[in-house]
Ligand binder design. Structure first.
Ligand code: ASP
Length: 388
């Protein structure tokens, strides 16, 4: 039910929020949000690197860890470029249902270097949210510039986004039941908890520790310093959204609930909430960034590779890019992990080392992602209060 609301909600909220703000103000709000996103993502990555280096969960025994699944043949450049290609979809209707993906075709004789393979592409199913965000932002800006002749269209999108929020409020009534079943079905699917946790226990605890530090200490302190309001009361008000994030493992699916909690319980200006949240849910993923850094370094440790300071810097840059590139859907971070592994010279197949616990870590990192977006909306709202 929540997923069905994402598409109409993102498009209408972005267009109406940006269209009804004057251009310089929406520029300022956008700028503040992006600064916050970058600063917190970089903090998360650095924290992840520090924690994984101190705890050192990988003990150089890759054979004892069960491997599962297969991975795709991709290069870092393609993963990054696909992000840009998806920003400008050639067809908006198609963007609602499909995404662009580069496909590398192995030569007939042997495999050789992946960089020499023939490039092709495919469209895979899944909403191209980034493309729709970019287009809606452009449409909002153009409506804002047009003056009174744009009013009917802005009113239309305002009505649409209001209606989506009303439906969201109905759906929220089901969320406790939904979250309960989503989580219990996953637990029933799991083969053996002790085996999973036994092999990857230290790694699991390291990610969890890093996420808790970031979500319960770093971000709340930042919020407290800027707004001088209690971050804990603010986060308690976001409880429903955080539980939905944990249950669905998707920032996008949580978006309707998150906007509703921000507006109704935390009294965030709806123009700010509806403007910054759809963008935050697609590009701001602190939890994912932290996890990408920890996972890549953990795999290097398991493989017995020691990383130089230069490689650590490269890991932090690619982990940041990988978190921006990850879609707000379950386990998207695992896919963009390949980029980070590539920078430390590890093969893409090595993501299979951590697949066993990824579904569970995904829920925790998604919760931190949504927490980061929500606190960011509070901070941007506070900074923009006078102008609003
Ligand atoms: N599931 C995460 C999210 O929706 C993305 C990830 O896989 O890290 O925020």
């Amino acid at each position: 039910m929540l997923k069905s609301l994402i598409l109409p909600l993102i498009v209408s909220s972005l267009i109406s929020a940006i269209g009804s703000l004057d251009l310089s103000l929406s520029g300022k709000i956008g700028y503040r949000a992006v600064c916050y996103y970058l600063a917190t993502t970089i903090c998360a990555v650095i924290l992840g690197i520090i924690v994984v280096t101190i705890v050192h969960p990988g003990r150089g025994d890759s054979e004892s860890i069960a491997r599962a699944g297969i991975s795709r043949n991709v290069t870092t450049v393609d993963t990054l470029m696909d992000l840009f290609r998806n920003m400008f979809p050639p067809n908006l209707v198609q963007a609602c249902i499909q995404q662009y993906r580069t496909l590398l075709l192995a030569p007939l004789k042997g495999t050789g270097d992946i960089h020499t393979w023939t490039m092709s592409h495919e469209y895979v199913s899944g909403t191209n949210i980034l493309g729709l965000v970019v287009f809606s932002t452009a449409l909002g800006i153009s409506l804002g510039k047009m003056g009174s002749s744009a009013e009917p269209l802005i009113t239309f999108f305002q009505g649409m986004s209001g209606a989506m929020m009303t439906i969201t409020n109905w759906v929220i009534w089901f969320s406790p039941v939904g979250v309960f079943f989503l989580v219990s079905s996953k637990i029933l699917e799991m083969e053996s908890f002790s085996v999973v946790i036994g092999q990857l226990g230290m790694y699991f605890m390291t990610v969890l520790f890093g996420l808790s530090l970031h979500g319960f200490i770093v971000l709340p302190i930042m919020f407290l310093i800027v707004t001088r309001k209690s971050p804990f009361r603010y986060l308690t008000n976001m409880g429903q959204a955080l539980a939905t994030a944990f249950g669905t493992a998707s920032s996008s699916a949580t978006l309707p609930v998150a906007i509703s909690c921000l507006e109704d319980k935390n009294h965030i200006d709806s123009r700010v909430a509806r403007f910054v949240m759809p963008i935050g849910a697609t590009i701001n993923m602190d939890g994912t960034a932290l996890y990408e850094a920890v996972a890549a370094i953990f795999i290097a440790q398991v493989r017995g590779i020691s990383l130089s300071l230069g490689s650590l810097v490269a890991v932090s840059i690619t982990a940041t890019a990988a978190s921006i590139g990850a879609a707000g859907i379950p386990q998207a971070g695992l896919v963009t992990m390949v980029m980070v592994l590539d920078t430390v010279g590890l093969p893409a197949e090595d993501v299979t080392l951590i697949i066993a616990v990824d579904w569970l870590l995904d829920r925790f990192r998604t919760t931190i992602n949504v927490m980061g977006d929500s606190l960011g909306a509070g901070i941007v709202n506070h900074l923009s209060k006078g102008e609003l």
